[in-house]
Write a protein that binds this ligand. Structure first.
Ligand SMILES: *Cc1c(COP(=O)(O)O)cnc(C)c1O
Length: 379
């Protein structure tokens, strides 16, 4: 019935063609010549950064953005020479290591600005400029130097020997929410700052938008956008991905490893949370919470077998989950936890609602190899 190949245990299938088309679509929406920067932190949101990073560059992403020094080092060790920006906080030794890797760092606190000043002053970095982006807190209330002193901070950093301020940036707290009032406030604050900053430090790259802001408001595009979740075909607003013409990139599959016939009063799994009240067939599927199939799915989550929805019953174990299945299901049949099977499909957005979370956490929470195999295709 299904043309899907039964995986050895469970696997994540990544469609690099869909990833490329999402990037192309996003680039097509950008105004004023803005660049698309691909955010590939957290192992490319669980999509396997090694393949995804190459594909992003091939699809026209002009920079790769990561959260940590180790992620940046991984990209460089993989041979990628494209511009890279570390967006997360770094201590002084880590800033030095990032600069040695020819990676740009985000100065997102006064403490980091002071560390950059010390590094500049000790003069050990004369060969290559220390490239930094100054992040300003326009309302996120997490990272970023205060808005008030941002212009002076920008000039002070730019005047340091061996330091090149490449970028000025901010981050939106509510770009994905229906109420746009706080987004508007942040955008207005940043737009004013950006205008003044361009005069004081010519040549700056101004950037603010995440996926939601990129999709919803072209005034936020500035010189570059930093897109993560949308490049993976997931909707930052948690609505249907098709709303923006996004194609899901990732599918998660396992298979039926065994089938049990439960009689009334019999249960399956830890805690006996599911007790049959009538004769039922339960499929044992070898994928569990250690793979990223969250325990919160027990009793509410679904998976597809033969294109039909089957409910997860009993507790999710570390390595197994149980499904209530029909009479036609047999050992070896493919189980689709995310993605399409026949006419049916389960999106990361729907899966996230069962878990009471957002699609980001669904894919970021999937185990890496060797636990969960990644298979790459290009449609
Ligand atoms: C993760 C991150 C992004 C990407 O956000 P998406 O919603 O996935 O597009 C952009 N900017 C910063 C600073 C980030 O940390």
């Amino acid at each position: 019935m299904s043309d899907l190949v039964t995986p050895p245990r469970a696997e994540v299938r990544i469609d690099l063609g869909a990833y490329r088309r999402n990037i192309t679509m996003l680039r097509g929406r950008l105004v004023g010549g803005a660049q698309l920067w691909a955010v590939v932190k957290a192992n490319a949101y669980g999509h396997d950064v090694d393949h995804v990073a190459q594909e992003a560059v091939a699809a026209g992403a002009r920079r790769l953005c990561v959260a940590t020094l180790s992620e940046a080092r991984h990209l460089r060790q993989g041979g990628l020479r494209v511009p890279v920006l570390i967006m997360g906080p770094l201590d002084e030794p880590s800033i030095r290591r990032a600069l040695d890797l020819d990676v740009s760092v985000t100065v997102l606190s006064d403490a980091m600005a002071a560390a950059v000043e010390r590094i500049a002053v000790d003069g050990t970095r004369r060969g290559r400029p220390a490239r930094i982006h100054l992040k300003v807190d326009t309302g996120m209330g997490r990272w970023g130097v205060p808005l008030g002193g941002a212009l002076d901070q920008l000039e002070r950093l730019d005047a340091l020997p061996g330091v090149e301020v490449e970028g000025l940036m901010t981050h939106f707290a509510t770009a994905d929410e229906p109420d746009t009032s706080f987004f508007e406030l942040q955008l207005e604050r940043f737009t004013d700052l950006a205008e003044a900053a361009r005069v004081r430090v010519p040549g700056l790259t101004i950037h603010a938008a995440n996926s939601a802001a990129t999709l919803l408001d072209e005034r936020a595009h500035f010189d570059a956008v930093r897109c993560g979740v949308a490049t993976f075909g997931m909707n930052p607003t948690q609505r249907d991905a098709a709303e923006f013409g996004l194609e899901p990139v990732l599918e998660l599959r396992s298979h039926v490893a065994d089938i049990r016939e439960l009689q009334p009063g019999e249960s399956t799994g830890y805690g006996r949370s599911f007790i049959a009240t009538e004769p039922v067939r339960v499929a044992e599927v070898p994928i569990g919470y250690a793979d990223g199939v969250h325990r919160a799915l027990a009793g509410v989550g679904e998976a597809l077998v033969h294109g039909a929805r089957c409910r997860m019953v009993g507790n999710v174990s570390m390595d197994h989950v149980s499904l209530l299945v029909d009479a036609d299901v047999a050992i070896g049949d493919v189980v689709t936890l995310l993605g399409r099977d026949g006419d049916a499909s389960i999106s990361t957005e729907e899966h996230a609602r069962w878990m009471d979370t957002i699609n980001y956490e669904v894919t970021c929470g999937l185990a890496g190899e060797p636990r969960l195999l990644r298979v790459h295709v290009s449609s």
